[in-house]
Write a protein that binds this ligand. Structure first.
Ligand SMILES: [Zn+2]
Ligand SMILES: [Zn+2]
Length: 342
């Protein structure tokens, strides 16, 4: 099979011919049909973040596909079944798994990080980690569900504890933030979308944002939101990973409000402990999605509560995977999600 091989930081991926792994036991061999291109991959490619499996490694953790062959002991899936594969597999045995936090499992295995991923024609994994996909959701769009949609779903339902009628300010309307907007709107919240790009705010409005705030350098965005909401949003969610935006997000919530950290940053944050204490503010992190929530996310898509078609803005063949990463690096303002088609 053909696969895009990552060898070292700074060098482009190389398409190579490698053997297919035949499924044993409860494993299934999946013909990959689409795989999302994610900022996480750029951490390995450009920023020297090491993968757990030493290169050479196949990246790609947002795939959809069709079962090509089921192992001898498989009982859940069979040839021809359409599926998505979550980015992270949990062990089911550690303390966190046993307390309903499989998404932060102590022994988590991530596709395209701990093991070879899905920028390849085939992938072999245990059927226990694979999620069946109903008819009616195109495989190309389904790749968006794995990470860019499931991650916002978990953040809003389980971490923000968003309730109908709550006001939420969403900072950053990229591939993940745009899904935060539409899931929050589908859950009955009043959504305020915040971004520095006007075009993204227009799309956010069409996906359910009631209000939009254009973030302009030198202007007080937090103050604008406090004014718009009569004192501050109930919840602010930051989906970019910039300390300055996190501080603005924190400044935009009301007393007793909550900030959800969904973007990744390793830089230190300056937030007043006095304000957290006196105003009973909450700050919470969110990572990925629990296996139990995937069928719920898929059902929201199937019922038409969530739109995916608008979010696949670019498509690339495997042979042009480096072009897809160049586009991601370019900060193209029309880019929400690129999909590698196989
Ligand atoms: Zn991802
Ligand atoms: Zn575990």
């Amino acid at each position: 099979m053909k696969a895009a091989i990552f060898r070292e930081k700074g060098s482009p991926l190389k398409i190579e011919e490698i053997p297919v792994v035949r499924p044993a036991g409860r494993e299934v061999l999946i013909k990959i049909r689409a795989c999302g291109v994610c900022h996480t991959d750029l951490h390995y490619l450009d920023h020297g973040v090491p993968t757990f499996k030493k290169p050479p490694i196949i990246l790609g953790h947002e795939p959809s596909g069709v079962i090509e062959e089921a192992g001898p002991d498989a009982r859940k899936l069979k040839k021809g079944d359409r599926v998505i594969i979550p980015p992270v597999f949990s062990c089911g045995e550690c303390f966190l798994c046993r307390t309903g936090k499989e998404n932060i499992c102590e022994n988590m295995v991530m596709l395209g990080n701990h093991m070879d991923g899905a920028f390849a024609e085939y992938l072999t994994v245990s059927e226990k980690d694979v999620i069946p996909l109903p008819d009616g959701i195109p495989l190309e769009e389904a790749a968006i569900i794995t990470d860019a949609l499931a991650t916002p779903f978990h953040a809003l339902k389980n971490r923000a504890d968003l309730k109908p009628g709550d006001t939420i300010a969403v900072f950053g309307c990229g591939g993940v933030g745009m899904n935060v907007v539409q899931v929050a709107a589908a859950m009955g919240a009043k959504v305020i979308a915040v971004d520095a790009v006007e075009g993204k705010l227009n799309l956010a409005r069409s996906l359910g944002a009631c209000e939009t705030v254009l973030a302009v350098k030198g202007e007080d965005t937090a103050k604008k939101i406090r004014k718009l909401t009569g004192g501050g949003a109930d919840i602010a969610l930051e989906a970019i990973g910039l300390t300055q935006t996190l501080e603005t997000a924190f400044g935009s919530i009301r007393s007793g409000g909550k900030m959800v950290v969904l973007g990744y940053s390793s830089d230190p944050l300056t937030i007043s402990p006095a304000r957290i204490m006196f105003r009973e503010m909450e700050i919470t992190g969110s990572l990925g999605c629990r296996p139990v929530d995937f069928p719920k996310v898929i059902e929201m898509v199937r019922l038409g509560k969530i739109k995916l078609k608008e979010l696949v803005t670019h498509r690339f063949p495997l042979s042009d995977i480096n072009g897809a990463f160049d586009l991601l690096r370019s900060h193209d303002q029309t880019l929400l999600r690129s999909i590698i088609l196989l």
